[in-house]
Design a protein around this ligand. Structure first.
Ligand SMILES: NC(=O)c1ccc[n+]([C@@H]2O[C@H](COP(=O)([O-])OP(=O)(O)OC[C@H]3O[C@@H](n4cnc5c(N)ncnc54)[C@H](O)[C@@H]3O)[C@@H](O)[C@H]2O)c1
Length: 360
């Protein structure tokens, strides 16, 4: 298979935790350049995932200027820089894989979509949860009309105590928000994609910072720095679509709740419902009885050979490769990610003004 020549911008948590291992495992990529503001991080990425020829940069503009051979750039930096780095990369003739959320604001995200159209470059966003086996199965069920008309849904992004304490996650300026833009974005993306409904009518939102000032928090990653905590710790949205369908979105890094769930959706349709609470469950009525079906998503094809096994990040890389190299179908379309960003922004806006946000 012909290798895809790529450049990595941002060599932090998501680069090392998702993209670089999956790129290495895939084997069809060649990392020509790596870039990070912190040179040692770029050097480390080169040593672990690159080749002796991989070039190291601390300025992404230099990378774009010098690396004519690079076909695609991965934008794996904090949210603040997603838009301008992606736009510069597309204008320099590169396809772009940008991490979620698409951007800090709707305006920034809209410019990214416009640039993709103008340049004809592929732009996709790192919503890897779409590629999980349960998500793919549920999407197929939705597309086949098994749920009927989905008129109510819930996006789940609730943690009891798991505030990210590394990087700039608590920094409003760098990230544009807290759990809503960080993990609520995954739950909303999954929900809209399953419903295949990208036409919102209005949004009401509530945003709280109630636990951010506490100490001895039993947080998964240790106490957070209260001085640096400038974003919300919980946010909730009520979204009404143009066809009347309604979505409730819950997002929190720290909430006094036992109902924890993340990157999941629950759907209620006229023929059946579905949730991802205990594996994927599809609930319906058959032969006048209430039925819950649980697809056996882990079942191996052949008893003596399980194959290599593909995780969501592997499918994400494969999908991007096929889109760039073979004109394959893009799963996460920029226009869809744009609506996710528009709705998240509207929840923040509504919480600030105390009024609903209406879309024409
Ligand atoms: N898909 C997912 O599930 C998922 C999970 C975690 C993070 N993310 C997203 O990934 C992005 C990065 O998060 P992270 O956890 O890797 O953060 P991080 O702080 O660990 O890493 C970001 C890296 O980008 C570098 N950087 C910042 N600005 C730069 C610039 N202008 N040029 C070059 N390098 C720059 C930083 O020095 C840092 O090394 C965020 O947008 C976050 O929302 C996605």
């Amino acid at each position: 298979m012909e290798k895809m020549k790529i450049g990595i911008v941002g060599c932090g948590g998501i680069a090392n935790g998702k993209h670089l291992p999956a790129i290495k495992k895939n084997g069809s990529f060649e990392i020509l350049a790596v870039c990070d503001l912190v040179k040692e991080r770029a050097e480390k990425a080169k040593a672990e995932y690159g080749t002796p020829e991989t070039r190291v940069y601390t300025d992404y503009q230099e990378l774009l200027k010098n690396e004519a051979e690079i076909e695609a750039v991965y934008v794996l930096t904090p949210n603040r820089s997603h838009s301008f780095i992606s736009i510069d990369a597309m204008k320099a003739g590169k396809h772009v894989m940008c991490e979620k959320p698409m951007a800090k604001t709707y305006e920034e995200a809209k410019k990214m979509v416009e640039t993709a159209k103008e340049t004809g470059k592929i732009l996709t966003i790192g919503y890897q949860n779409r590629y999980r086996p349960d998500s793919l199965y549920l999407k197929a069920a939705c597309e086949n009309g098994e749920l009927g008309e989905v008129y109510y849904a819930k996006g789940h992004a609730i943690r009891r105590r798991a505030v990210p304490t590394w990087g700039v996650f608590l920094n409003e300026e760098e990230q544009g928000g807290g759990p809503l833009i960080d993990i609520g974005t995954h739950a909303l993306d999954l929900t809209l994609w399953m419903m295949d409904n990208y036409e919102p009518a209005c949004v009401m939102g509530s945003v709280f910072k109630k636990l951010g000032d506490q100490q001895n928090t039993a947080n998964a990653w240790g106490d957070w720095d209260r001085e640096k905590f400038t974003v919300e710790d919980s946010a909730f949205g009520f979204i009404k679509m143009k066809n009347g369908a309604t979505i409730v979105l819950e997002a929190s890094w720290a909430l006094n709740s036992l109902d924890v769930d993340e990157a999941k959706t629950s759907l209620c349709g006229t023929k059946a419902g579905a949730d991802m609470k205990d594996g994927l469950r599809i609930n319906s009525v058959k032969y006048n009885k209430q039925v819950v079906e649980k697809p056996a998503l882990d079942a191996a094809g052949v008893a003596f050979y399980d194959g290599e096994g593909e995780d969501a990040p592997d499918v994400e890389q494969k999908t991007f490769y096929n889109a760039v190299k073979n004109g394959g179908k893009l799963v996460v379309k920029p226009e869809q990610a744009l609506v996710v960003t528009q709705l998240l922004e509207a929840i923040y806006e509504s919480a600030k003004t105390g009024k609903a946000v209406y879309f024409d």
